[in-house]
Design a protein around this ligand. Structure first.
Ligand code: GLN
Length: 475
């Protein structure tokens, strides 16, 4: 299958005219026709003929030196504004919203010549970790269709693991790229806050939201990051720090011996034993790559969820106030129960009398987290952690107990308040053939280091090459 190839291989093949962009688009739609009804990954699919026309035009216009993404089909989480194409954030509040402009990320991808083929299902407004809090029906996990795909970027993750697109753009506020990447066996990068412009992203929690690539490998993520990263005059929180040549740097690993910190607190009670064992067995691979593993301590770990779930809902209660049903979008009654819960929680934490006790205190603890990460990263180059405490849950299981879904974010909720980047990548499988992910967290703007470590690891292992055999065999 052409879509098993890496972005660089696809680019080389297109350059040599071994196959065409039209062939790639056809293959995507073949897989979409096979799997979409079973997995429900798409909210809006671009008309096949239109996508093929675009691909044919790209094939005609192909010139040497075009971007590595030229002619490659991609998908966007439906949290990204796309010009003249419905954008819903998976909520009926925006069921009929057709934006008149493009998010910066989509503009950049279009400019590089990539072909948008769909807008993907997700937890509405980014509120969730299973892609069940959506008004468009839950996204199913291709490794076991009775289980969730993870969230909130479940649709994009499924599209990559079943080869319905070459790469995807997800959004991560507290784990939404990393969690579905781990549960669908793909690679996803939560970038440093400000590395990629948020302009045209439907905001969940503005001081946590990040825009990042989801793809088969760390190398593919590097290629996509190179196309989307950078300062944007439309987003005052985007960083002026220069971007790097992420792809070239994968090969030029000139650093001294890399030290990987393992915080003991993250591997204790509550972590599924199979996940713990899988991540511990990566130590040997890292050691064989000449890296050192050092135990470290991050004692504030327990406060991650309370801080995240005070500041996140506070910001979302303010961000979602703009959907008043008057200027655009449908009535507020269309908000789901989970979203209403978050708006209420946030409004409460921000209200006079409770602000000091909750919101302000959470912001103070956020500062302590920043110091804790600084201290930890002074003892090591990167930190290795699980992504989720358990393998993907059964569909419906989490909905009966809203608190249990919050627990799934225990390992991914502290990086966003701090701003640091994290790469999630495949690290093994459970006995039941469910994917296990790990994440590597680094200092601010250390994307290049994280991608290099991920790339080195993926050259030594084959977890990331495995496809959801269950689904593929059934067909
Ligand atoms: N699962 C987390 C939440 O529900 C993270 C969501 C996200 O990153 N958008 O808030």
């Amino acid at each position: 299958m052409l879509l098993d190839k890496s972005i660089q291989e696809l680019h080389a093949g297109l350059t040599k005219r071994e196959f065409s962009s039209e062939d790639l688009v056809r293959e995507c739609y073949l897989n979409i026709e096979k799997y979409q009804t079973k997995l429900n990954a798409f909210i809006t699919l671009v008309d096949k003929e239109k996508a093929l026309q675009e691909a044919k035009q790209k094939d005609r216009d192909f010139k040497p030196g075009v971007s590595k993404l030229y002619g490659l089909p991609y998908v966007l989480k439906d949290a990204y504004i796309s010009e003249d194409m419905r954008t819903t954030a998976a909520s009926h509040v925006l069921a009929d919203f057709i934006p008149p402009y493009d998010s910066t990320v989509n503009k950049k991808l279009k400019k590089s010549g990539a072909i948008l083929i769909g807008k993907m299902n997700m937890d509405a407004w980014g509120h969730g970790g299973s892609s069940e809090n959506t008004d468009f029906g839950p996204v199913k996990n291709p490794w076991d269709t009775s289980r969730v795909a993870g969230g909130s970027s479940g649709g994009p993750a499924v599209a990559i693991s079943t080869r319905m697109a070459v790469f995807a753009i997800g959004e991560d506020t507290g784990g939404s790229i990393r969690n579905p990447a781990a549960w669908c066996n793909i690679t996803g990068l939560k970038v440093t806050y400000g590395r990629v412009s948020r302009y045209g992203t439907i905001a969940y929690a503005s001081s946590f939201d990040t825009v990042g690539p989801m793809a088969k490998t760390a190398e593919d993520c590097a290629v996509v990051l190179e196309a989307i990263a950078g300062c944007d005059p439309y987003d005052s929180t985007s960083s002026p720090i220069p971007t790097e040549k992420y792809v070239d740097l994968l090969k030029k690993n000139t650093r001294n011996k890399i030290v990987i910190g393992v915080p003991s607190e993250f591997f204790g009670k509550g972590l599924d034993l199979e996940i713990k064992t899988a991540i511990e067995s990566t130590h040997k691979t890292f050691a064989s790559l000449g890296m050192n593993i050092n135990e470290i301590s991050m004692p504030l770990f327990d406060y991650g969820l309370p801080v995240y779930y005070l500041i996140g809902p506070s910001e979302t209660s303010s961000n979602l106030a703009r959907y008043d049903g008057i200027r655009f979008g449908n009535n507020r009654e269309k908000f789901s129960q989970e979203t209403m819960r978050r708006i209420m929680m946030g409004t409460y934490a921000l209200s006079a009398g409770y602000y000091d006790a909750y919101y302000k205190k959470a912001q103070k603890v956020r500062t302590l987290f920043i110091r804790e990460y600084e201290k930890a990263l002074a003892e090591c180059d990167v930190i290795l952690m699980p992504v989720t405490p358990t393998p993907p849950s059964k569909i419906g299981e989490l909905l009966t107990d809203p608190l249990s879904i919050l627990l799934a974010d225990i390992y991914t909720s502290t990086q966003n308040p701090v701003g640091v980047p994290s790469l999630a990548l495949p690290a093994g499988f459970t006995k039941n053939k469910l994917p296990i992910g790990m994440q590597i967290v680094g200092p601010m703007f250390s994307e290049s280091l994280l991608l290099t470590i991920g790339h080195l690891y993926q050259q030594k292992t084959d977890w990331h090459l495995r496809k959801p055999i269950l689904v593929f065999n059934k067909d």
